[in-house]
Structures are given as structure tokens and as C-alpha cells.
Design a protein around this ligand. Structure first.
Ligand code: 8YV
Length: 331
């Protein structure tokens, strides 16, 4: 890294306290208007900056990485998932990639629990009735949801966020079932009272609620394929706060429309920010609760993410291994 302050291009607006610190530490090129950069603007950044700080809205693909200048050495992602970056290409060009794990775990697990409750207990539907001024009064058989306590929750991907959800779900009286690439150590399984399923298909056929928490990689694209989704029982609900691409959204919509699935809570979509008109219709009918990728959106979380980005850049510039390096084995 050069002796001068490194040129750090940040693609979106970050919390003020983070931008101020970045200005002090680096030759920071900040994005004052928060408009996502174009492909050409990203290419320019790759050619001229020492460090790029992208977010999920920037596709740092192989063509951009091929244009990287000699001095471009670090892509410090403002986000946990790195599916927006062609990490393999970056590593081949000796560009280090870092992310922000750990600091958005609890917030994302909170939002997942909120979505489970929202769908099962029809919270948004109820709020909309009040909001529309159309509440005709209480009735014993009206607006009935589904009880959470005693139900089976299936978790796909038992990393930090999956485990944080399991802790919450325990308190709600759900029984925890999980599928993961690797089985958890016995003491953690015991703490979480979690049952491991080596076969995802078998787990799907037994759960009442399914929640997705694995990263989006080539191996998990449409992991919840049409065939797998069909293993779920008609009263089941699906919640996704991970990545839209993990679920075959067309098939999910079809199953919801034909009552082969009871409901869904989605914070992520296959073609973000576009949301399928069919999903919007299902939302109006109260079958799904949709959120605009808000899983980690807390003031504290965004500041923590920014601090992680700064530590990663600083450590790298000082000639050390940044704490949150993305390794090929993580892809
Ligand atoms: C972030 C996320 O908002 O960190 C992630 O992987 O999905 C989100 O919670 C986003 O990635 C920021 O770039």
C-alpha cells in the first residue's frame, strides 16, 4: 500500500459518523447523493482507487475486476453476503475481499422472528384493516392466525444468524430442526435444543415454518427448488431474510396461489428491487408479508458494519491480515 493516504471509493451513503472517520483516515471518495454508481463509474473506481467499498447494490463482476488498476488491492464489502462480488476473480487478481460478519446477526434474527409472527398472526393484515378505517368490530372467528407455540421450525443454514433465530424460537416454544452443510458440535445442538437433518428433503416434509439462513452461492442458487418446495406441507409458511435467489420464486408464488403453501414472509427477492406483481397481489390478499430488504437495517447495525469496514481497511493498509477476509473455502 502507498505511503500517501489510500484512495477509498465508497459507493453509497454511510452513517455520518462512519463517513467522518473515513475522511480523517483515508482519501475517501464518498457518495454524497447515495445514487448507486453505474457500471462505468464502478469501472473507473476499479481503475483508480486503492480500495473499493461496495454494497449489495453493486455487482462487482469479472469484467470490472479485469479492469482493476495495479494499485487496487482491497474490496471491503459493506455487508455480510458477498454474492455481489466475483470473489474468485478478485482473488485471482490478488485483490483481498472482506465483509462484515457478526454485527448484523441479532438484528437479522429479530426481523426473521418478526416476519414469522407477522405471517402466522396476520399482523400486517390486521394493521391494514385499522389503517383503512374498515374495522367493523371484534368477532370470535375473525382474523384468526396460527399458533406458534409447539410448532416445528426448520432452519436452512445454521450459521450465526440461524443460531440466533434458534435462540429466539426456543423462547417462543418452537421446536428447532436444522439442515446445514456441517452438523453443529453436540454441545451447541444441546444448548439450542436443535435436531439435525442431514437430508433437507426429509426436514422440509416435517416442519411447520421454514426459515432460510444460508449464503447465496452457486451451490445454494434455487436450493429451494420446485421439487424441494413441494416437500413442504400445505399449512407451512416460508420465511426468507437471506437471499431471494435461494428460493425458486416462481414456484413459491404458484404454490401460494394454489394454496399448496399457507403463507410466506419475504425480506429478499429473486430480482431485487423488482417485486413480482403476483407477490404484491398475494400481499393484498394477506397471504404474504413483504419487506424491502430491511433485515439488518438498524442505526446501530449500520454503524457497526461501517466500523468493521474501517477496521478491515486500516488493518490491511498497515500491512496485516484484515480480520474479515473472505476465503475461497467460504464460497
Ligand atoms: C445488508 C445483507 O443490508 O449484509 C448482508 O448480507 O444482506 C444486508 O443485510 C446489505 O448487504 C448491505 O450491503
Amino acid at each position: 500500500m502507498p505511503k500517501r493516504k489510500p484512495v477509498v471509493v465508497v459507493t453509497r451513503r454511510l452513517p455520518e459518523v462512519i463517513e467522518t472517520r473515513m475522511r480523517e483516515l483515508f482519501d475517501a471518495r464518498l457518495n454524497e447523493n447515495d445514487k448507486p454508481p453505474t457500471h462505468e463509474e464502478l469501472a473507473e473506481a476499479m481503475r483508480t482507487a486503492d480500495v473499493l467499498v461496495p454494497t449489495i447494490t453493486d455487482r462487482i463482476d469479472a469484467s470490472l475486476i479485469a479492469q482493476a488498476g495495479e494499485q487496487m488491492k482491497l474490496i471491503a464489502n459493506f455487508g455480510n453476503g458477498v454474492d455481489n462480488i466475483d470473489v474468485a476473480s478478485a482473488l485471482r487478481r490478488s485483490i483481498t475481499v472482506t465483509n462484515t460478519p457478526g454485527v448484523l446477526t441479532e438484528d437479522t434474527a429479530d426481523m426473521t422472528m418478526a416476519l414469522i409472527l407477522a405471517v402466522a398472526r396476520r399482523i400486517v393484515e390486521g394493521a391494514n384493516v385499522i389503517g383503512a378505517g374498515s374495522w367493523g368490530g371484534w368477532s370470535p372467528t375473525w382474523m384468526l392466525g396460527r399458533r406458534i407455540t409447539g410448532k416445528r421450525l426448520g432452519i436452512v443454514g445454521m450459521g450465526r444468524i440461524g443460531q440466533a433465530l434458534a435462540r429466539r424460537a426456543n423462547a417462543f416454544g418452537l421446536s428447532i430442526h436444522y439442515h446445514n452443510r456441517r452438523r453443529l458440535p453436540a454441545e451447541i445442538e444441546e444448548q439450542l435444543e436443535a435436531t439435525y437433518w442431514e437430508s433437507l428433503d426429509q426436514m422440509l416434509a416435517r416442519v411447520d415454518i421454514l426459515s432460510i439462513h444460508c449464503p447465496h452461492t452457486p451451490a445454494t442458487y434455487h436450493l429451494l427448488s420446485a421439487r424441494r418446495l413441494k416437500q413442504l406441507r400445505p399449512h407451512a409458511i416460508l420465511v426468507n431474510t437471506a437471499r431471494g435467489e435461494i428460493v425458486d420464486e416462481n414456484e413459491l408464488v404458484r404454490m401460494l396461489e394454489s394454496d399448496e403453501l399457507a403463507g410466506a414472509g419475504l425480506d429478499v427477492f429473486e430480482h431485487e428491487p423488482a417485486v413480482s406483481p403476483k407477490l404484491l397481489k398475494l400481499a393484498q390478499a394477506g397471504k404474504v408479508t413483504l419487506l424491502p430488504h430491511m433485515g439488518s437495517a438498524t442505526i446501530e447495525g449500520r454503524i457497526d458494519m461501517g466500523e468493521k469496514v474501517i477496521v478491515n481497511i486500516k488493518t490491511f493498509i498497515d500491512g496485516h491480515r484484515p480480520p474479515d477476509r473472505v476465503l475461497p473455502s467460504m464460497l
